[in-house]
Design a protein around this ligand. Structure first.
Ligand SMILES: C[S@@+](CC[C@H](N)C(=O)[O-])C[C@H]1O[C@@H](n2cnc3c(N)ncnc32)[C@H](O)[C@@H]1O
Length: 871
């Protein structure tokens, strides 16, 4: 018994036993079916399944779990099976017609897609009924399968390694397209069981009943080896004794009929003249030379002393000795004329043929070895795939496309399934992508991969290492494509799910479009982008030569009149900021600019645009003063930026202010947007705490304009986004941004502003008030007109006129009063009255007394709830 797996005692309680307990399976054998199904996938598509010998019901549980809902599952066993949802069970012997009739009654006209058989005699409690041997039980189950299986169906059966194995496989091959024997990992090595999966049932119209007759099947095929008439050579073991004499063979079948002698002597003539020399050598113990003829042979040259001594005890001979005896026999037969000279190859093939029939046990072992090697290779491949999948899943998780829950969902089965289904199914995703036509290439790449993998597995490992670099690159490229595709899908999904996200994206796209405009401009203007920002600026300088000279003139006159200078400074600063904006764009497309020009981040530009007005104010002069100090501190690179404000800072000032030029050079939309922003700021003031902080700092002289410009040179401002995937950029946009400190005062200022805004009446109230005002004005106007009429009349004294006008004006000022409607409660004398009630004059309305009560009650309730709220 193997050390690793024990079938008895505590060894029984292996990992599958524990897993079965954990997952609620009735038998550990459930995992055998799970693993078989994992390999051949016959349950997922099956609509009807019959499980023969199903107690206690582990396989039925698996079938019920893996088969589609509403499929028919029938289980039969000698012992009754505890009920399982969706499963019909009978207690019956599968070898009887009663069982057949029960199944027929249950299935009616249906045919089964899968027939399972895990039967083992003497396992159940009904020992007496287990009359059949395992092989016969298998044959019986196959008989039922042949009756109930649909064409193309699958039959899974357990067989034991025995002399009948080959015979059974032969019969299976007659009825099924594909027959494969396999041993699932959960089947103990110490167990002789193997599972045979027979797929693609041929469903022949007529099946020879001999196929299901145990006597016929097992007798006919096993009787192939022995050569009749050869005494003592009726078993294949004899052949094995010759070709593998070192192996001691057990005689499981016992001694042959009538062959009970242990030491067998045979004459040399018998050996020379027999048909099956190999069987002879395997069965005999000694070859004797007793007759005259045999004694003559001893004198021949070919009968060497070695041959003679070999003949004395055949049981101690090795392979070489047997070969020598065979050669001697052939040579002697040729001498005697019993055999014509054969060419060596023929003999070789003959030998090969014989070896093929060596031993069924040997064959089974060989096949098992082959299957094990295959399984090992397959599991290696699967492990590799699983690892790849795992990597992909982790990446998906990082993109928040899958929750860890998705992975853990089938965790229980992962141990058995190498985690295939549990991982995110890139296949599906890829297919989905392909459906969308987005990543057609992806599929190809995947296909390539998989085919490569197959080749890798088949080919040798060295080649794999040589190609690995190239492959890796390819894989990385494929992975990136996949990620991009997946990210697009993720965004789409988010848009579908989250309206807010949709709006955000739309806003972003809109913004991006306006900013792209700049790039488009640059792209279209190839020359510009190639030359870089510096050249553009220089060209602009040349174009605006006159303007700039004017400007510099103006600059030189700056000190002449303070008012003028202020105005000019304002103009200059506005120009500066707009230029700085342009500079950013120039820089984007011109990394080859000879002198690094100052670059401001987009956010910085927006801030600056907010302060154009503030900066243009008085504090500018101060900022200029402090600039020199600041300049000393900044680096060489930023020095240029600082200079921009100084008198010789041609970087910013030379670019003409001419709007027309701007229009031709830069994105118009972007400019308009900035202008609009500025207008908005003018109208509503500063709206962000950051802007307010900077504004306050400027006003309080804590910061100068140069400081702000210098502040624009940060690690966030020079980030090239070229070639970066969109998901990465989106992520950066969210998290990788400058943290602008805001002051308490700024926040409270913004809050106060917001509060003031909140305090303003809502639109409807404002409208109502305006309406009221308008109506009052209208009334007044009317009264005025009437008053004019009164003054013009001549038949009135001045006093009367004044009185009249006063009356009119009073009337005009007065609000027209709504005519009162009297509410009359329909009770007492008014109840059931038709027409005007007594004593009521003017407009009136009859109401029900109950209505009034209800109104009062409501009022009371409101009052009470208000009180409660206050306390
Ligand atoms: C290994 S158990 C089957 C375990 C089952 N596949 C499961 O997963 O629970 C073998 C079963 O075969 C049943 N069996 C043996 N001979 C049978 C027969 N002639 N007819 C029906 N059932 C039989 C036994 O009663 C026993 O329950």
């Amino acid at each position: 018994m193997g050390k690793a797996q024990k079938k008895t005692g505590k060894g029984r309680l292996d990992k599958y036993y524990k897993l079965a307990k954990e997952q609620g399976y009735r038998a550990r054998s459930a995992f055998k079916l799970i693993q078989l199904n994992k390999k051949y996938s016959f349950l997922e598509s099956a609509r009807c399944c019959i499980d023969l010998c199903a107690a206690p019901g582990g396989w039925l549980q698996v079938a019920s779990k893996y088969m589609p809902v509403n499929s028919v599952i029938v289980g039969v066993d000698l012992v009754s099976i505890k009920p399982i949802p969706r499963v019909v069970t009978f207690a019956s012997d599968i070898t009887t017609t009663q069982c057949r009739n029960l199944i027929r009654g249950e299935l009616k006209d249906w045919k089964a897609d899968v027939v399972l058989h895990d039967g083992a005699p003497n396992v159940g409690s009904a020992w007496v009924q287990d009359a059949y041997s395992q092989s016969e039980l298998v044959l019986m189950s196959m008989k039922l399968a042949a009756e109930f299986l649909t064409k193309g169906g699958t039959f899974v059966t357990k067989v034991f390694r025995s002399v009948d194995y080959n015979n059974l496989i032969w019969v299976f091959n007659q009825l099924f397209g594909k027959v494969e024997a396999t041993k699932p990992p959960s089947s103990r090595n110490v167990s002789a069981e193997i599972f045979v999966v027979c797929r693609d049932f041929l469903a022949p119209k007529h099946i020879d009943p001999k196929f299901f007759d145990p006597k016929h099947v097992f007798k006919d095929l096993s009787a192939s080896a022995p050569a009749e008439g050869d005494k003592g050579a009726s078993s294949k073991n004899y052949q094995a004794n010759v070709f593998q004499p070192e192996k001691k063979r057990r005689r499981r079948d016992g001694y042959d009929e009538g062959d009970y002698i242990l030491f067998k002597q045979a004459g040399a003539s018998e050996y020379i003249k027999c048909d099956d020399a190999v069987a002879f050598l395997g069965s005999a113990n000694q070859i004797t030379f007793t007759t005259d003829e045999e004694k003559e042979w001893l004198k021949l040259d070919i009968t060497t002393s070695d041959v003679v001594s070999n003949c004395e005890d055949l049981k101690v001979l090795g392979k070489g000795d047997f070969k020598a005896l065979m050669k001697w026999r052939t040579a002697l037969r040729e001498e005697l004329g019993l055999e014509s000279k054969t060419n060596p190859t023929e003999e070789l093939t003959e030998t090969v043929e014989i070896t093929e029939d060596v031993d069924p046990e040997q064959q089974i072992e060989d096949e098992l070895e082959r299957l094990n090697a295959e399984a090992a290779a397959r599991s290696k491949r699967e492990r590799r795939r699983a690892n790849e999948l795992k990597t992909k899943t982790i990446q998906r998780m990082q993109l928040q496309m899958t929750a860890p829950m998705d992975i853990g969902m089938e965790q229980s089965d992962t141990a058995l399934h190498t985690g295939y289904e549990d991982m995110f199914d890139l296949d599906d995703t890829t297919k989905a992508l392909a459906r969308k036509g987005g990543v057609g290439r992806l599929l190809d790449a995947d296909d390539e991969d998989s085919s490569e993998e197959e080749m890798d597995d088949a080919g040798d490992e060295d080649e794999e290492i040589l190609d690995s670099e190239e492959e890796r690159e390819k894989k990385v490229a494929t992975l990136e494509n996949e990620l991009d595709g997946l990210y697009d899908m993720y965004q789409e999904r988010m848009k579908e799910r989250d309206a807010k996200y949709k709006v955000k994206q739309a806003r972003k796209e809109k913004e991006a479009a306006s900013w792209h405009g700049i790039h488009q401009d640059e792209d279209s203007d190839d020359g510009d982008s190639e030359e870089g920002g510096w050249e553009t600026v220089q060209r602009a300088k040349a174009r605006a030569g006159e303007d700039s000279s004017d400007e510099s003139d103006a600059e030189s006159d700056e000190e002449a009149t303070p008012a003028d200078s202020k105005k000019r400074r304002r103009v200059r600063f506005e120009d500066d900021s707009s230029k700085s904006r342009k500079k950013v764009r120039l820089q984007d497309g011109a990394s080859s600019a000879p002198t690094p020009a100052p670059v401001l981040s987009r956010t910085a530009q927006v801030w600056f645009s907010q302060f154009d007005d503030d900066l243009a104010g008085d504090n500018l002069a101060d900022s200029e003063d402090s600039e020199d100090e600041a300049m000393d501190e900044v680096s060489e690179h930023s020095e240029e930026a600082a200079h921009s404000d100084a008198s010789d800072d041609d970087d910013f000032e030379v670019v003409p202010q001419d709007l027309d030029n701007d229009v031709t050079m830069w994105d118009v939309e972007g400019e308009n947007e900035d202008e609009l922003k500025q207008e908005k700021i003018k109208k509503h003031g500063l709206v962000t705490a950051e802007a307010m902080t900077i504004a306050q700092q400027l006003v309080n002289r804590e910061k100068t304009r140069t400081d702000l410009i210098n502040g624009g040179f940060n690690r966030y401002s020079l980030n090239s986004k070229e070639g970066l995937p969109p998901w990465f950029l989106d992520d950066e946009e969210k998290h990788y941004k400058a943290n602008i400190p805001i002051t308490k005062e700024a926040v409270s200022a913004i809050r106060a502003k917001m509060r003031a805004l909140d305090a303003r009446p809502i639109k409807k109230v404002a409208e109502a008030k305006a309406r009221k005002k308008f109506k009052a004005a209208q009334r007044l106007e009317k009264a005025m007109k009437k008053a004019e009429g009164v003054t013009e009349t001549s038949d009135m004294t001045e006093r009367e006129k004044a009185k009249q006008i006063e009356k009119l004006m009073q009337k005009g000022m007065k609000k027209t009063q709504k005519k009162e409607i009297k509410v009359v409660v329909a009770k007492g004398s008014h109840k059931g009255l038709k027409g005007r009630p007594k004593g009521v004059k003017g407009r009136y309305v009859m109401v029900d007394s109950r209505m009034k009560k209800e109104v009062r009650a409501q009022k009371r309730r409101d009052k009470a709830s208000k009180k409660r709220k206050r306390t």
